[in-house]
Unconditional design. Structure first.
Lengths: 307, 508
C-alpha cells in the first residue's frame, strides 16, 4: 500500500529527529565539560545511587582514618611517656643494687637516696604529662592534674585526682581502641592500689627512705617490688605498641579500602572521554546529515514543472 | 433530445464545476501549513438527466458538496495523546527543576553535609575538651541545617511555581472552551453540520490545545457538537453551545493554594482532586503530591536526626561557661513553626526526648526543617555539647562517640511516622531520597518521550489522511484546468454551431 506523504509530514518528522539529535549532542557536551558520566540526577538514578553509596562509605572511612590518626597520636604520647617511665625504673633498680652492695657508705647511701627521690619526682612529672592541654594519665578527667606529691608524709606519698576512665575511639563499626592508660592503673597497679607494693611512686619513696635510714631489708623489699613493677610497665609498653601496630594496620586497610571505593565510584561517575568524544563526533555528523536532508527534502513539487 | 441551448447549459455547468473545484484546490494550497486543516475535495456529480422521447439525456455536472478527508477516531486519539504528553512533560520539568537541590558532588549536598556533621563529632571525640573542635561541630551542624533548608526551600519554590501555573492556566482553559462552544454553535447551525469543514478543523485545533492544558474526554452528539468533560468525568466543560467556566480560588485551608471549581449556573463543583491529565493536572499533581512527598522525606530525615542527636545530647553532660557540668541540653531546637510541628518539637525537647510511642501519637514532621536551629545556648557555649556520659569528667568522650556513631547506626530514621526508628543509616535514607527524585525525573522523561513518539506517529497518520499534498493539488489543478478549457472549447463549438444555424436561417 502506498502511503500519502503530505508536505507537513516530512518537515514535522525531520524537525523532531533534529531536535533529539541536538539534545543528545548537548548532553554529550555537558558530559565532557563536567567530566561526569551522568551530570543530571535523572540521567541514571541507579548509577547515582551507587555513587552516593560509595561516597557515604568513603566519608565514613575517611572519618575512621582521621580517628586512627588521633588514636595513634594519643598512643604515641603515652608510649613515649611509658618508655621514659621504664627508663626511670631501670635506673631505680640500678640505684637499688648500688644501695644493696656491701661496701656502700652512709654518704654514698644518702647520695643514692637523693637520686632516687629525683627519679620519683621525674616519674610524677611523667604522670602529669600533658598533650594538647590534656593530662593523658588522668583517665577521663583530662583537665585535672592527676598526681599531687605530698612531701609532708614519711615517706612522701601521692594523691591521684584522676579516675580509671578509658578513652575509646571508634575506628570501624566493630573496632573501638582504648587510647589511654589511666594513671592509677599504670602507676599504682590498679584503682585503690595506691601505697601498696604495686605503687611505683610509693616504692620509689620507700627505697629512698630505706636508703636514708640504711634499712637494708626495706631497701630489698622496695627493690623486689620495683622489679615486679618494671615487668608490669614493660607489658604495658608492649601493649601500647601492639595497639599502635593494630591501629596502623587498620589505617592502611581503611586507606586501601577507600582507594578501592574511590576507583569504583570514579568508574561509574566519571565520563569515559574517549567514548564521549567519539560519540560527540558521531552526533555532529548525524546532525549535519539531518540538516542537509531537511534542506533537500520538499525543495521541489509538481508546481515547479508546470509551465 | 437535447438542443443547442441545453448543450450550452451543459458546457456552462462544466465551467462552473471546474471553477469550483479549482477554488477548492486553491483553498487546500492556501492551508498547506495550517495546523489540523483537513484537505478538502469537491464532490462532482452528474446533473439529473432529462427524458426526451423516452431517451435519457445528461444535463452536465454539478458540485454537490465539499468534503474534508478526516478520520474522527484518529483525531480523538491525537487529542488524548497530546494530553498525556503534555502531562508527562510538565511533570518531568517540575521534577527536573528541583534536582540540583538533591545533587551531591562530594563537596556539597545533603549526604556530604550530614557526613561532615558526624565527622566533626568524631573529631571532637578525639579531644572532647577542645573548644575549637566544639565550635567546629556547631559550624558543621549549621551548615548541615542550611543544606536541608536550601533543599526544602527549592522544593517550596517549585510548589509555589506550580500553584501559580494553576492560577494562570484556568483563564486560558476558559478562553478555549468558550471558543469551542461558539464553534459548536456555528457547526450545528449548518443544514448538514458535517460539511462545516473549516469550523470543524478549527474546533479540532482548539480541542487539541485544550487537551494539552487539561485532561479531557471528548464525544460528539447527533448535531456534531463536541461534548467535553474533565477526564475524571467530574464536570462538563463544554456542552453544545455552552461553556462552563473554571474558577481558581486561593484556599486558606490549603496554604492559599488554588482550588479549582467548574461553575454550572448557580452550582460550583470543586474539581481540585479530579483533574488528572494535561498541564493543569500535572501542575496540581506536582503541587499536591509529588513535591510535598519529597519535602516530607526531608522533614522525616531532619526530624529523626534531631531526635537521635538530641536524645544523646540531653542524656550526656557538657560544660557551661563556668566549667560546671550541665545535662539535659537539646542540641537542636526550633521556633516559629506551626502548632503541629511545634508539638513534634515538644517531643524532641522532652526530658527523656522520647519519640512518640505509637502510630496513634505519631510525630508530625511537616515543616520541621524550616524552624530547626542549633540550640542558641550551644552556639554561645559550644562546650555544652554533651561529650561525657557522667558529670565532672570533661575528658570523657563516650557520649560524643555515641553521637558520632549515629552516622552508621541502623534504625535511626522514622520513615513511617510510627514513632520508632525503622530505617537507616542516615546516608542510606538520603541516598534513597535522591534516588527517588532521580528515578521520578527519569520516569517522567521517559514517559514524555514515549508519549511524544506516540503523538508523532498518530499525527503522521492523521497528516497522511488529512494533510495537503502539493503534488496532488498540482495534479488536480491541471486536471480541472483541462476540464475548464475543454468546457470552454465545447461552449465555443456550440456557439459556432448556433452561429451557423442563425446564418443559414438568415440566408433562407
Amino acid at each position: 500500500m502506498t502511503m500519502r506523504v503530505p508536505n507537513l509530514m516530512n518537515n514535522a518528522l525531520s524537525l523532531l529527529d533534529l531536535q533529539r539529535l541536538k539534545q543528545q549532542y548537548s548532553e554529550t557536551v555537558q558530559q565532557l565539560s563536567t567530566g561526569q558520566a551522568n551530570p543530571n540526577l535523572g540521567d541514571n538514578p541507579a548509577a547515582e545511587a551507587r555513587v552516593e553509596g560509595y561516597q557515604a562509605s568513603i566519608n565514613v572511612n575517611t572519618q575512621y582514618v582521621a580517628q586512627a590518626d588521633t588514636a595513634n597520636s594519643a598512643l604515641q604520647a603515652s608510649s613515649t611517656a611509658l618508655t621514659s617511665l621504664g627508663n626511670d625504673i631501670t635506673q631505680l633498680l640500678q640505684l637499688g643494687q648500688e644501695g644493696l652492695a656491701a661496701n656502700t657508705t652512709p654518704t654514698t647511701q644518702a647520695g643514692i637516696a637523693s637520686q632516687v627521690s629525683a627519679l620519683r619526682q621525674d616519674m610524677i612529672a611523667l604522670g602529669n604529662t600533658q598533650v594538647q592541654g590534656q593530662y593523658i594519665f588522668a583517665g577521663t578527667k583530662t583537665t585535672t592534674v592527676p598526681f599531687v606529691d605530698n612531701q609532708a608524709t614519711t615517706p612522701p606519698s601521692t594523691t591521684y585526682n584522676g579516675n580509671s576512665g578509658i578513652i575509646n575511639l571508634t575506628l570501624s563499626p566493630s573496632v573501638n581502641v582504648a587510647t589511654n592508660i589511666p594513671g592509677d592503673t599504670l602507676f599504682y597497679g590498679g584503682a585503690g592500689a595506691q601505697g601498696t607494693s604495686t605503687d611505683v611512686l610509693a616504692q620509689a619513696a620507700a627505697m629512698a627512705q630505706a636508703l636514708t635510714t640504711n634499712n637494708t631489708a626495706n631497701l630489698q623489699t622496695a627493690y623486689n617490688n620495683l622489679q615486679t613493677i618494671s615487668s608490669r610497665i614493660n607489658v604495658s609498653v608492649a601493649d601500647l605498641g601492639e595497639r599502635q601496630n593494630g591501629v596502623t594496620a587498620l589505617q592502611d586497610s581503611l586507606n586501601a579500602y577507600t582507594q578501592n571505593l574511590t576507583a569504583q565510584q570514579s568508574s561509574i561517575a566519571s565520563v569515559d572521554y574517549a567514548t564521549a568524544i567519539t560519540q560527540l563526533n558521531a552526533e555532529g555528523v548525524a546532525q549535519q546529515a539531518t540538516l542537509g536532508t531537511i534542506a533537500k527534502s520538499g525543495q521541489k513539487t509538481l508546481f515547479d514543472y508546470i509551465a | 433530445m437535447g438542443n443547442l441551448s441545453s448543450s450550452l447549459g451543459i458546457g456552462l455547468s462544466g465551467l462552473q464545476a471546474s471553477q469550483e473545484a479549482i477554488s477548492v484546490v486553491g483553498h487546500n494550497i492556501a492551508n498547506v501549513n495550517t495546523p489540523d486543516f483537513s484537505q478538502q475535495s469537491a464532490v462532482l456529480t452528474s446533473a439529473q438527466a432529462q427524458n426526451y422521447s423516452g431517451i435519457m439525456f445528461g444535463t452536465g455536472v454539478t458540485v454537490t458538496s465539499v468534503q474534508a478527508l478526516r478520520d474522527q477516531f484518529l483525531n480523538l486519539q491525537v487529542t488524548q495523546s497530546l494530553c498525556a504528553q503534555s502531562s508527562a512533560q510538565t511533570t518531568y520539568q517540575g521534577i527536573q527543576a528541583i534536582t540540583p537541590a538533591f545533587t551531591d558532588d562530594g563537596t556539597s549536598g545533603l549526604n556530604t553535609q550530614i557526613s561532615k556533621f558526624f565527622s566533626s563529632l568524631s573529631t571532637l571525640a578525639g579531644n572532647p575538651t577542645s573548644a575549637a573542635l566544639s565550635e567546629n561541630v556547631v559550624g558543621a551542624a549549621q551548615a548541615m541545617l542550611q543544606q536541608f533548608q536550601t533543599s526544602y526551600q527549592t522544593v517550596t519554590g517549585q510548589i509555589a511555581s506550580a500553584n501559580q501555573q494553576v492560577g494562570s492556566l484556568v483563564p486560558e482553559i476558559n478562553t478555549l472552551t468558550t471558543q469551542i462552544s461558539a464553534l459548536n454553535t456555528r457547526i450545528s447551525q449548518q443544514l448538514d453540520p458535517t460539511t462545516a469543514n473549516d469550523a470543524i478543523d478549527q474546533r479540532q485545533e482548539l480541542t487539541d490545545k485544550l487537551a494539552k492544558l487539561v485532561g479531557i474526554q471528548v464525544s460528539t452528539d447527533t448535531h456534531s457538537n463536541y461534548q467535553i468533560t474533565l477526564d475524571s468525568g467530574a464536570a462538563t466543560l463544554v456542552s453544545g453551545g455552552t461553556a462552563y467556566p473554571m474558577v481558581a480560588t486561593p484556599n486558606g485551608a490549603n496554604g492559599n493554594n488554588y482550588s479549582v471549581a467548574v461553575v454550572t449556573g448557580a452550582t460550583s463543583t470543586d474539581v481540585t482532586d479530579n483533574i488528572n491529565g494535561g498541564q493543569l493536572g500535572a501542575e496540581m499533581n506536582l503541587r499536591d503530591n509529588l513535591l510535598p512527598a519529597y519535602q516530607s522525606q526531608l522533614d522525616t530525615i531532619a526530624g529523626s536526626l534531631a531526635n537521635q542527636v538530641n536524645k544523646l545530647n540531653m542524656a550526656g553532660f557538657g560544660t557551661d561557661a563556668n566549667g560546671n557540668s550541665v545535662t539535659g541540653t537539646p542540641f537542636f531546637t526550633g521556633s516559629g513553626i506551626d502548632a503541629a510541628a511545634d508539638a513534634n518539637f515538644g517531643y524532641v525537647n522532652l526530658p527523656n526526648n522520647a519519640l512518640p510511642a505509637s502510630a496513634a501519637n505519631a510525630p508530625i514532621y511537616k515543616g520541621i526543617i524550616n524552624s530547626m536551629v542549633v540550640n542558641p545556648s550551644i552556639v554561645a557555649t559550644p562546650t555544652l555539647i554533651a561529650s561525657a556520659s557522667a558529670a565532672g569528667v570533661a575528658g570523657d568522650n563516650s557520649n560524643v562517640l555515641k553521637m558520632a556513631n549515629l552516622q552508621t547506626a541502623l534504625a535511626t530514621v522514622d520513615t513511617n511516622d510510627d514513632g520508632t526508628g525503622d530505617s537507616g543509616p542516615f546516608s542510606t535514607v538520603v541516598s534513597g531520597l535522591i534516588n527517588n527524585v532521580g528515578t521520578q525525573s527519569q520516569k517522567f522523561n521517559s514517559i514524555a518521550t514515549n508519549q511524544q513518539n506516540l503523538t508523532t506517529a498518530l499525527q503522521t497518520q492523521q497528516t497522511s489522511v488529512s494533510g495537503v499534498d502539493l503534488d496532488q493539488q498540482a495534479a488536480l489543478l491541471m486536471q480541472f484546468q483541462q476540464a475548464y478549457q475543454a468546457s470552454a472549447h465545447f461552449i465555443s463549438t456550440i456557439s459556432q454551431l448556433t452561429q451557423s444555424l442563425m446564418t443559414a436561417v438568415a440566408a433562407g
